[in-house]
Design a binder for this molecule. Structure first.
Ligand code: 4AD
Ligand code: MG
Length: 432
């Protein structure tokens, strides 16, 4: 049953007879010729049945095929420059494996709610397959980037006793006799322990936020990659973030041309994602907003509309650094030159995609960190181990978190994060 040949590598088999497994993406007929558009997960292939070349039986069997019927097709691989992928299949035989009556997603337009209700089938469409393959390529690029730079993958726990990114977005659960536990919002605090053990680490996994907001940029379950580096300051952190983003975008541009074309992505925008990226302070960003007529008070956090205004004049992602410490997390180190601001950085993607990275240099002083934990009303007893990191060989260290779905969404040019993950979780949806 299994076939070692797939549509993606079919060109290597030009002139040979092959057998492929897949599903009927579409079909159509002309006079003496029938076409099956075959889908196998690696691409789409035009399969041609000529009346004279196949038996009467095989030719008639074509009529039994429906959209998404599963099939095994045998035929000769023919070079056809006009076909997508450069080849088509001259069919000699095929069999139906599983029928598919009344497939709900037809080539006509469907509403978005209908499509998400049928997400388990929607992912079979050309557009969704392209997005999911690009997501996979981005994940691999992320891992390659860190693996090639002597980082160690470090897996933090998902079940945690305390908050990392504010207490308002915690998913809570009863944990046996130990009281409440929470789904992790970020692996960062554990990554810091990892960095002090292994030098440079990265975490990569699902994170959870009970976000009450119903925006196109928020999921309640999303994937985050978080590098954490000992002996890095904010500048080193920003250099790494820049190199990292350039690497991801240029890798996708190089390897995923077919998929980007399927999405009709304007790749000229992505080609401009080359270092150096602009770096501006929060205070400069506030000035930009004011010049554009926004009545913005220093000390507030930026909303999505502000982020778009700040980044719209640039082709590259913009690094905004040194935010007011009041709007940022407890673990961020204050700027020694101006304690009102934290040594934080947010990276805003171009084209209005907003924040894709949040990072900072961490508070490495025991007393100051303890003070911040208390100021933020966090339960000190759960931070004992975290404070230990400042007691035994504390060093300057820094890191950042990149949201995977926001990155996929930007690179693919999507309207909404829900298409960037196989099964999106949002405030009003936890199915299918
Ligand atoms: O800015 P955030 O909250 O930073 C942290 O969690 C730090 N602990 C990271 C670190 O320094 N190690 O989140 C980081 C990124 C955001 O920039 C965004 O891309 C993504 O995670 N993100 C979300 N993505 C989808 N849905 C949500 N609700 C998200 N919240 C954050
Ligand atoms: Mg943030």
């Amino acid at each position: 049953m299994k076939s070692d040949i797939n549509i993606k590598k079919l060109k290597e088999f030009a002139g040979q007879s092959v057998t492929l497994n897949g599903w009927v993406y579409n079909k159509r007929s002309g006079g003496k010729v029938r076409f099956i558009i075959l889908r196998d997960g690696t691409g789409l292939l035009q399969c041609v049945l000529f009346k004279g070349n196949v038996s009467e039986d095989v030719f008639e069997r074509f009529n039994l095929l429906n959209q998404e019927s599963s099939v095994q097709v045998t035929g000769n691989v023919k070079v056809e420059e006009r076909a997508p992928g450069g080849v088509e299949l001259d069919v000699t035989d095929f069999s139906i494996i599983g029928n598919s009556e009344n497939y709900p997603i037809t080539p006509k337009e469907h509403g978005i709610e209908f499509l998400i209700d049928h997400r388990h089938l929607w992912i079979r469409s050309k557009r969704q397959m392209a997005i999911l393959r690009i997501r996979h390529r981005i994940v691999k690029a992320i891992r390659d980037f860190f693996d090639e730079r002597d980082f160690t993958l470090f897996d933090p726990p998902i079940i945690t006793p305390n908050a990392c990114e504010g207490t308002s977005t915690l998913f809570e659960t009863e944990y046996f006799d130990l009281g409440k536990a929470y789904l992790t919002q970020s692996g960062q605090l554990y990554a810091e322990a990892g960095a002090l053990a292994l030098g440079k680490v990265y975490t990569f996994g699902p994170t959870f936020r009970a976000e009450k907001s119903k925006t196109r940029r928020h999921l309640t379950e999303f994937w985050m990659v978080e590098p954490e580096m000992a002996f890095y300051d904010l500048n080193d952190d920003m250099d790494l973030a820049e190199e990292f983003l350039e690497y991801i975008v240029q890798t996708v541009l190089k390897d995923m041309q077919t998929e980007l074309a399927a999405l009709e992505r304007d790749v000229t925008k992505l080609q401009k994602v080359r270092r150096p990226f602009p770096r501006i302070s929060y205070t400069d960003a506030v000035e930009i907003l004011r010049k554009k007529g926004v009545d913005f008070e220093w000390g507030n956090d930026f909303g999505a509309a502000d982020e778009t205004l700040i980044s719209e004049d640039y082709d590259q992602p913009v690094l905004v650094h040194r935010y007011p410490s009041e709007v940022k997390a407890f673990y961020m180190k204050r700027d020694p030159d101006n304690p009102k601001v934290a040594l934080a950085v947010d990276v805003l993607a171009p084209e209005g995609y907003g924040e894709i990275i949040g990072g900072s240099q961490r508070e490495d002083d025991y007393d100051l960190l303890l003070k911040r934990i208390k100021e933020h009303d966090l339960p000190v007893e759960f931070f004992d181990w975290y404070l230990d990191l400042r007691k035994y060989g504390s060093v300057p260290h820094a890191g950042f978190g990149l949201g995977l779905e926001r990155t996929v969404s930007w690179i693919c040019g999507l309207e909404h994060l829900r298409e960037a993950i196989p099964f999106p979780r949002m405030i009003y949806r936890n199915t299918p």
